[in-house]
Each structure stands twice: as structure tokens, then as C-alpha cells.
Ligand binder design. Sequence first.
Ligand code: GTP
Ligand code: MG
Length: 171
Amino acid sequence: GLKKKEVNVLCLGLDNSGKTTIINQLKPANTQAQEIVPTIGFNIEKFKSSSLSFTVFDMSGQSRYRSLWEHYYRESHAVIFVIDSSDKLRMVVAKEELDTFLNHDDVLNKKIPILFFANKMDLRDAQSSVKVSQMLCLERIKDKPWHICASNANKGEGLQEGLDWLQGNES
Ligand code: GTP
Ligand code: MG
């Protein structure tokens, strides 16, 4: 039969940004968790989407677990980086973690696509995806394809647009 293309996706971002909620929404309805709890370490989720088989490494964003992220850079074909658009106080922390990722030896020379979700767009304090993009200085990323989508993971809004972009860009 047809060989499905296997894609390893690494999901990064600060704790409470909505990573697990997003991954859960992307899974088939009958395999979705009813309740989302803070991730300990990381979880591996597998699901299919049209022509691709995804293996997602859903990392914990808690500071004590962020040192685990770098061990998965090498084997990843794409990165989903989630930002809580309403968390103005920690936007600078999110930028620091993004910078650390972008400057890592296993990432520097890799044309790995990065999909950003400016999540929690439903909250009143949420910044627009354009503003989030400016605060994270995304325009400086010239050597990798990247895309930012506003999303509401609780309702699943904006997620398919992001996934569609990723499907055309996975390396
Ligand atoms: P860690 O596993 O600790 O790194 O966090 P996480 O990034 O996986 O966040 P998680 O998916 O656990 O979501 C954290 C909280 O944010 C949960 O209470 C979610 O229901 C909530 N949440 C996620 N996405 C949205 C969103 O788009 N809007 C709103 N209002 N809440 C959201
Ligand atoms: Mg999580």
C-alpha cells in the first residue's frame, strides 16, 4: 500500500500556553482527552492527518522541565511554538526560550519549519498575532520557514489553518 510520510513534530512554549490543549484538538475526536492537566516531562501523541502520520512530542513548559527540550531538536521535522497571547508579563520569557532554541547547535543550520500559535485569542487581554510576532521579533528568522496563527485552542479555532501550512512545509 501507500507509504505514509512520518513527521516528528516538537511542541514547545511556556507552561500554561496551551500546547496540550492544541495537540488534543488535533487528534481524532474519539481519542481526545476530556480533561487537560499540566504536562509532566513530556507526552508523545500520534495521529494521522490526510497524507501524513504525525508523532508529536508535547513538552512540558515548566521551567524545571525546559532542559528536556533540546534533546528532541535533532530528530524533529517541524516545531510548533505556542504563546499565551494574553500573558504580557511572560512574553519576554517566551522570547528568551525561543532565542535559546533558535541558537542551539542542532537548530542553527536546520531549515526546520516553525509554526507559531498566538493562542488564547479569546481572552480580553490577548495581543494580536501581529503584536505577538513583533514582541518575539519573528521577522529576524530568515533561514527557516515560519508562520503565525491566532488560535483559540479551547474552541479549536485557528488550528487547522496552522496545520495546513505545516503540511506544505514539513522538512
Ligand atoms: P504545560 O503542559 O504546563 O507546559 O502547559 P500547556 O502549554 O500544555 O497548557 P495546557 O494545554 O495545559 O493549557 C493550560 C490552560 O490554558 C488550560 O486551563 C486550558 O484550558 C487553557 N487554554 C488553552 N488554550 C486556551 C485558549 O485558547 N483560550 C483560553 N481562554 N484558555 C486556553
Ligand atoms: Mg501540556
